[in-house]
Design a protein around this ligand. Sequence first.
Ligand code: PEP
Length: 251
Amino acid sequence: MRKPVIAGNWKLFKTKDEALALITELASKVKGVTQVEIIVAPVFTVLPTVKTALSGTDIALSAQDVFWEEEGAFTGEVSPRMLLDAGCSHTIIGHSERRQYFSETDETVNKKMKASLKGGLIPIMCIGETLDEREGGKTFEVLERQIRGGLADLPAEVVKPVIVAYEPVWAIGTGKVATEGQAQEAHAFIRGVLADIFGRGTADATRILYGGSVKPDNAKGLMACADIDGALVGGASLKGDTFASIVRYNE
Ligand code: PEP
């Protein structure tokens, strides 16, 4: 069975001291949780600090983005090898904010996916439609394009560890959560596309997270959907007690 994943995307928040306070509170509040994989994704600058604070816990560390080259004249970028060196096991790739504000495309997502998998980092690949696309009846078309583009030229055995996050753009940071029906429908579609590309075995083993205004009061219902295997949480991951309640959705 697929082990649930609850991942916190801290976005552009938290200095070193703030990050330490958050991770210390979170670690104490999720102590003893073994049935859920917990991941936090702080900003680059605090990764080593958070890694040290995570020692002795089962919480994994993720970056929020990565570059596809290993090293070179690429000012401002960070490579998979450097993220591993900072203590990361995962990285988010293709978050809608990066697609929207930093010109991320399916092609750059694909380069980052390949480099991360080659370097030994587990990617959390984000996909999702905008409100216009949903209202225009294009949701499935967009999702299929993003999946096929992001995972292009990758064989099934390499794709196995990948985590997919379905994040409808209209639900991110808006308080407008997708209904359980909307989310399940999209997740089942995504799993179908994965099965078409990589085979049923890989599709059934892939964790597909929902992201978009997940809160303690809606987490349990979303997580009960057959094809929802976890959550990528933004705003509600910035408070230890709130994020811990989401992690403990089943208690
Ligand atoms: C996100 O940043 O990935 C996200 C889903 O944000 P929020 O939970 O705040 O909607």
